[in-house]
Design a protein around this ligand. Structure first.
Ligand code: 0K2
Ligand code: SF4
Length: 324
C-alpha cells in the first residue's frame, strides 16, 4: 500500500488533454446524432480514447472499420486521423452521407502530398506503421510514399529517383525522434524538400514541451490516455526518457497505489484525446491516496479552434432548434 500521507503535491502539466482537432471531431459526431438521429456510423474510433468512444456509443454512434458494415443510405463520419483516397472513393460509391472529422492539420498534410505529387515528388513519410493516420496519409497516393519508422529505415528506402524527394510526418510523433530521423533523411537525400511548417502539430509539440517541464519537477508522472493513442504514449515515453517513472491510465481505477509509494510529488498530464473528466477523476483518486495540494505549471495558452463542416455548423443546428 502507498505511503499515503507522503504525496505532498500534484503538479498539472499545461497544456494537457483535448486539442482543437479532437474537440471538433467529437462535436461532429454529437451534432450528427442530434441532427440525423442514431445510428451514426463512424469509421474507426473517432479519437483513440475508450471513454470518448463508449460515451458516443451510448448516444447511438456505431464504430466500424470496414465500410461494408455500413448500411446503404447511412450517415458516416471519418475519424480525426483521416482516411485514404480509396476509403473516400468507397464511401462515395456506396452512397453514404459523409461528414469528415479528419483534423484540418492532418488534411493539410494530405493536401501537401497531392500538390507535390503533381510536381513529380516522391515522399519519405516519418511515422508508425499501421497507425490509421499513416495509412490515411500514405493512401493519398497509389505509390511513391515510403514509410520510415527509424534512422535504419532511412538508409533502406529505395525511391525511384532522388532528385525530387519530399518529407512528411505523422502529426503526433515524438518531436525529438522526428528531428533525429529527419536529420538522417537530410543526410541521405541532401535535396529533400521539407514542409513549410513541420507536420507535427501544435498540440503534440505543446504537450511534449509541458512534460519536459513537468517530469524533472516530480517523482512520478501519470499520463491519462488510452493505450491506442500515439500522442499519449509519446508523453509517457518522454517522461521516462527524462528519468522519471511514468505510467499511463485509461481510467482512474488503473492507478496503482504502488506507483505512488514514497513519491512526494506526482505529475499529471493527458493526451490530446483524453477528456478532462478523467483527469478530474484521477485527481480525486490521488486525493484518496493522500495528495494534499494541486498546482498547475506554467505553459502556453492554446487558442486554436477549427470550424465545423458545412451542414453541422451553428446556423444549420439553429435551424433545427438545437443548441448551436
Ligand atoms: O495520437 P493518435 O494519433 O493515436 O490519436 P488520438 O489519441 O486519437 O489523438 C487525436 C489525434 C488525432 C490526429 O492527429
Ligand atoms: Fe489535430 Fe494535432 Fe489534435 Fe491530431 S493532435 S487532432 S493533428 S490538433
Amino acid at each position: 500500500m502507498a505511503d499515503q500521507a507522503r504525496i505532498d503535491e500534484v503538479l498539472l502539466a499545461e497544456p494537457r488533454g483535448f486539442c482543437a482537432g479532437v474537440d471538433r471531431a467529437i462535436e461532429i459526431v454529437e451534432r450528427a446524432l442530434r441532427k440525423f438521429g442514431a445510428p451514426i456510423y463512424v469509421r474507426h474510433e473517432i479519437v483513440h480514447n475508450t471513454y470518448v468512444v463508449n460515451d458516443l456509443k451510448a448516444k447511438g454512434a456505431v464504430f466500424i472499420e470496414d465500410l461494408a458494415e455500413v448500411p446503404p443510405g447511412a450517415t458516416l463520419v471519418f475519424s480525426a486521423h483521416g482516411v485514404s483516397q480509396a476509403v473516400r472513393r468507397e464511401a462515395a460509391a456506396r452512397g453514404f452521407s459523409v461528414f469528415d472529422a479528419t483534423c484540418p492539420l492532418v488534411t493539410k498534410v494530405h493536401v501537401e502530398v497531392a500538390k507535390l505529387h503533381k510536381e513529380g515528388y516522391e515522399f519519405i513519410m516519418i511515422g508508425h506503421k499501421g497507425h490509421p493516420e499513416v495509412e490515411g496519409t500514405m493512401g493519398q497516393l497509389e505509390a511513391g510514399i515510403h514509410l520510415v519508422e527509424d534512422v535504419e529505415d532511412v538508409f533502406r528506402v529505395r525511391p525511384a529517383q532522388e532528385e525530387k524527394i519530399a518529407v512528411v510526418t505523422q502529426t503526433t510523433l515524438s518531436v525529438d525522434d522526428a528531428a533525429h530521423i529527419l536529420a538522417a533523411v537530410k543526410q541521405r537525400f541532401p535535396k529533400v524538400r521539407e514542409p513549410k511548417k513541420q507536420d507535427i502539430c501544435y498540440a503534440t509539440q505543446n504537450r511534449q514541451d509541458a512534460v519536459k517541464l513537468l517530469a524533472p519537477a516530480v517523482d512520478v508522472v501519470i499520463v491519462v490516455g488510452s493505450p491506442t493513442s500515439s500522442n499519449s504514449n509519446r508523453l509517457q515515453e518522454l517522461a521516462q526518457r527524462l528519468g522519471t517513472p511514468a505510467y499511463m491510465v485509461d481510467k482512474p481505477e488503473d492507478l496503482q497505489p504502488q506507483w505512488l509509494e514514497g513519491r512526494h510529488r506526482v505529475g499529471l498530464t493527458a493526451g490530446a484525446s483524453a477528456p478532462d473528466i478523467l483527469v478530474q477523476q484521477v485527481i480525486a483518486r490521488l486525493r484518496e491516496f493522500g495528495a494534499l495540494s494541486l498546482r498547475s505549471l506554467p505553459g502556453v495558452e492554446e487558442t486554436v479552434h477549427f470550424p465545423l463542416p458545412m451542414g453541422l455548423g451553428d446556423k444549420s443546428m439553429a435551424a433545427l432548434g438545437g443548441a448551436a
